[in-house]
Write a protein that binds this ligand. Structure first.
Ligand code: FES
Ligand SMILES: [Fe+2]
Length: 403
């Protein structure tokens, strides 16, 4: 049978080409509302004060609040009658009181320490404990751990290594966006789209983009890297003609394929970035952290699941400089990067993530990047579940995205 006849036969049998679901990656498929067992950035540090601030994370409603000893997190549902505890306020140091009947919980432990409207001897005191969340502050942001009752790993083990122990100036943006967090992450790491979708973005206006690349994926530590082997700046499509992203107003493409910056560069590489010896310019790690290494700065994206339908886009640009040498970064970030990169360029990604509708899907050669990311998610989750089982902890069932 010819290929065409085979395809027609499959169609007659109701067998559709491509993947109809993601059952090849059961943990990934089940993680519509996110992977448990990680720290997630939820807002900027200066957005949290003495009033509770609502947060929705992995489909769970919680709030964060600042006290003398730092920031605390607690489930946002008063166990008395179920009103949001985040409508409450602080009446005593180290506690929060529900707006309705004044049940008062200790921030540190979640213990009910007073029920104001039942007097100081209220027998319900100490009999109720409100679930709490571990919270940390890093990179000027508030991070919340969502797990299954296990002790969280230190947050520094999960941050990009070069951000721990090197000083850097940061330009950041946190935006709630429509669409599943996995589409956002896959968009970030996808090999194919940047060259085409972003070819006319202002950020790329004077920079050439290759038509296509040959790429391999290299695993190192907890990251997988896209390594560009060869870039093709123009191509002849049989029967169609020539297609190129080159133009007279764009810079000339580099002679050699590099792996710092997506079109490589002749610029001197910042010593902190050079010291990382990244095998490839784009890398991704769990639970959805993208790192794009440019010669003079690194751009990160953290895809934070709000629930199955929405995510937080957290964009961080880091320039590894100190003191006066940080000034050009601020000028560049505020003058251009913030609008062109975190703005319009990333707005094209936002649009695609909103309109992506998969599965079903029919993947192509560059999607090796997606396959490897899903495999990484799968393997890492297996390892975590093994660890939990040996600790006698049964992980929570994934949130049902249709519920
Ligand atoms: S509902 Fe919270 S105290 Fe009554
Ligand atoms: Fe993009």
């Amino acid at each position: 049978m010819t290929e065409t006849a085979k395809r027609a036969a499959r169609r007659r049998q109701g067998k559709l080409p491509g993947r109809q679901d993601w059952s090849t990656w059961p943990h990934y498929q089940a993680a519509a509302a996110g992977f448990r067992g990680y720290w997630y950035p939820v807002c900027f540090s200066d957005q949290v004060g003495e009033k509770p601030r609502k947060v929705r994370l992995l489909g769970e409603d919680l709030f964060v609040i600042r006290d003398d000893d730092g920031i605390f997190g607690m489930k946002d549902r008063c166990p008395h009658r179920g009103v949001p505890l985040s409508y409450g306020s602080k009446q005593f140091p180290g506690t929060v009181s529900c707006v309705y009947h004044g049940w008062t919980f200790q921030l540190q432990s979640g213990d009910l320490v007073a029920a104001i409207t039942d007097g100081p001897q209220s027998p319900i005191c100490r009999k109720v404990t409100q679930p709490t969340y571990d919270v940390e502050e890093r990179l000027g942001m508030v991070w919340v751990y969502v797990g299954d009752g296990e002790r969280p790993h230190p947050i520094d083990e999960q941050l990009p290594e070069e951000l721990v122990g090197n000083s850097a100036v940061l330009g950041q943006r946190i935006q709630q966006r429509k669409g599943n967090w996995r589409f956002a992450c896959e968009n970030g790491y996808d090999e194919g789209h940047a060259k085409y979708l972003h070819r006319a973005a202002l950020w790329r206006l004077f920079k050439p983009m290759p038509v296509w690349n040959t790429t391999k994926i290299v695993e190192r530590g907890r990251w997988i890297y896209r390594v560009q082997e060869k870039q093709y700046w123009a191509a002849e499509f049989p029967g169609l003609g020539r297609w190129t992203g080159l133009a007279w107003y764009k810079a000339k493409p580099p002679k050699e394929t590099g792996n710092i910056g997506n079109t490589s560069s002749h610029r001197e590489v910042n010593p902190v970035i050079a010291a990382q010896e990244f095998p490839g310019f784009a890398s991704v790690s769990m639970p959805g952290v993208l790192r794009i290494a440019y010669p003079t700065f690194i751009h990160y994206e953290f895809y934070v699941p709000v629930d199955a339908d929405d995510h937080l886009y957290v964009g961080v640009m880091a320039d590894f400089q100190k003191g006066l040498r940080t000034l050009p970064f601020y000028a560049k970030y505020l003058g251009a990067v913030r609008w062109l990169f975190h703005g319009q360029f990333s707005g094209q990604d936002k649009w695609m993530v909103e309109v992506t509708d998969a599965p079903p899907e029919r993947l192509y050669r560059p999607d090796e990047s997606l396959l490897r990311w899903r495999k990484l998610a799968e393997d890492t989750t297996e390892d975590r579940l093994d660890r939990l089982r040996t600790q006698g902890i049964a992980p929570a069932a994934p949130a049902d995205p249709t519920a």
